[in-house]
Ligand binder design. Structure first.
Ligand SMILES: Cc1cc2nc3c(=O)[nH]c(=O)nc-3n(C[C@H](O)[C@H](O)[C@H](O)COP(=O)(O)OP(=O)(O)OC[C@H]3O[C@@H](n4cnc5c(N)ncnc54)[C@H](O)[C@@H]3O)c2cc1C
Length: 406
């Protein structure tokens, strides 16, 4: 357990190498070629967000100029942009694009609700047996397929993929190559700069058919449609291993998971609805779920020092891509230009033991476990787009029907 010096923003990659070098999977620290951490980068992205054409182009892959994806996810994932403000930011967009974009923000919210309610239960199939290819490929993501090589190259360079290619790699891993989806979920999660257990799990569960009984089949057809010209340059063009659709597999439904139908404790799932206070905080505890300057606990205490703990046991286990650690550290380094920031490496519960802190509730099981021990003296509500309800989360549409009107 140690306190770390706070780096200057420009010095972050070297700082990650020096202090967190044993906690990532890369040979050397590799910042994202595309995404910078910090509120300034998040605000700039939001200020220039233009979703015109989103509805018709969100699934396009190549050339990049055809893409409609907004690439906001790294900042949304880490709470630098909260869903309600992104929702509001597209109020003046063309109706069809606004409506499609807000549907996707709701998918993000749905994933968060589902994960907040079911927690680690989402590690196993929720409703149906995953459609797993019968003939197991030795390598789930062969790089001699140009489609996969291109996508995995982008993942390694930027730590980010459009939704369409996330579906390609997850379907390829399990529906085609017959590998265990949960191992693929871990692998992609670790390599994404926006990797979130909530959205990544829902993405995998739905792609492999475990969420709705209907797997997404990855085929040459999608590559030709979404990335025209790519197949023609592939060394396997004349012998494409995904030329045909994957074999159809009958849906095998699993025993009903009661939590998918109803939540016996929606208040626990959602966290506090107003500030819960039992003392005077002496510091603000920031978590990786909510690192923005509008984090409710941070904003409520502009004069208190800020504490962030790089969770050493967790990070040692996850072995994330170094670009994620760079993104987090850049965010904290930038914050330290305006506020007193303390960085620690160790176990959050040990570092924070006995310290009266204010924190924003985070709707993930890891936060609940740690907060039980840390016992913050002040807990601020999570800034939900829609507060979780007790009704079904068995499908996006069932969940959506249960939402209160905005
Ligand atoms: C296998 C798989 C794994 C995924 N893993 C993650 C993950 O780890 N973290 C993550 O944030 N998203 C994940 N997604 C969801 C989605 O692919 C990304 O949120 C999206 O591609 C991010 O790019 P964007 O910001 O350009 O999205 P846009 O299309 O511009 O959408 C705007 C925002 O809406 C939300 N959103 C869009 N599509 C989805 C979706 N299908 N599910 C949930 N939210 C969505 C995101 O917050 C996104 O930033 C995954 C999807 C799949 C199929």
């Amino acid at each position: 357990m140690s306190q770390l010096p706070v780096p200057a923003v420009d010095a972050v990659p070297a700082w990650v190498g020096e202090h967190l070098g044993h906690l990532h999977r890369d040979d050397e620290v590799r910042p994202s070629g595309r995404f910078r951490g910090g509120q300034a980068a998040a605000d700039a992205a939001l200020a220039t967000l233009d979703i015109t054409g989103y509805a018709s182009r969100r699934n396009e892959v190549l050339p990049e100029s055809r893409r409609g994806a907004s690439a906001m996810s790294p900042w949304i994932r880490h709470g630098l942009l909260q869903l309600p403000e992104v929702w509001d930011a597209v109020a003046d967009a063309p109706t069809r694009d606004r409506s499609k974009y807000r549907d996707e923000l709701l998918w993000q919210e749905y994933s968060r609700h589902l994960y907040a309610r079911l927690g680690t239960r989402t590690r196993s199939a929720l409703r149906a047996e995953p459609a797993r290819g019968r003939a197991r490929w030795q390598e789930p993501w062969p790089r001699d397929m140009l489609c996969l090589d291109t996508v995995l190259g982008e993942l390694d360079d930027d730590g980010w993929l459009v939704n369409q290619t996330r579906m390609w790699v997850s379907s390829q891993w399990t529906v085609r190559a017959g590998h265990d989806w949960a191992a693929g979920d871990d692998e992609l999660f670790a390599r994404l700069i926006d990797g979130s257990r909530a959205a990544n799990r829902v993405g995998w569960q739905w792609t492999v058919g475990a969420g709705n009984g209907k797997a997404h089949g990855f085929s040459r057809w999608q590559v030709r449609k979404r990335a025209p010209g790519l197949c023609e340059r592939c060394p396997l063009a004349a012998d494409c291993p995904i030329e045909a659709w994957p074999e159809d597999q009958p849906t095998r439904w699993l025993e009903r998971e009661p939590l998918m139908a109803a939540d016996p404790s929606p208040g626990v799932t959602a966290g506090p609805s107003s500030v819960e206070s039992g003392g005077t905080p002496e510091a603000v505890w920031l978590t990786a779920e909510s690192l923005g300057t509008t984090d409710p606990a941070l904003a409520a205490h502009p004069d208190l020092p800020v504490v962030f703990v790089f969770d050493e046991p967790l990070l040692a286990r996850l072995q994330l891509a170094s670009k994620r650690l760079v993104f987090l550290a850049e965010t904290l380094a930038e914050l330290a230009e305006d506020r007193e920031v303390e960085l620690h490496l160790g176990s959050p519960t040990e570092v924070l033991a006995g310290r009266p802190v204010a924190v924003t509730h985070a709707p993930v099981p890891g936060f609940r476990e740690r907060a039980r021990v840390v016992a913050p003296v002040e807990v601020h509500p999570w800034p939900w787009l829609r507060r979780p309800h007790a009704g079904p989360v068995s499908s996006f549409s069932a969940w959506r029907k249960g939402l209160p009107r905005p």
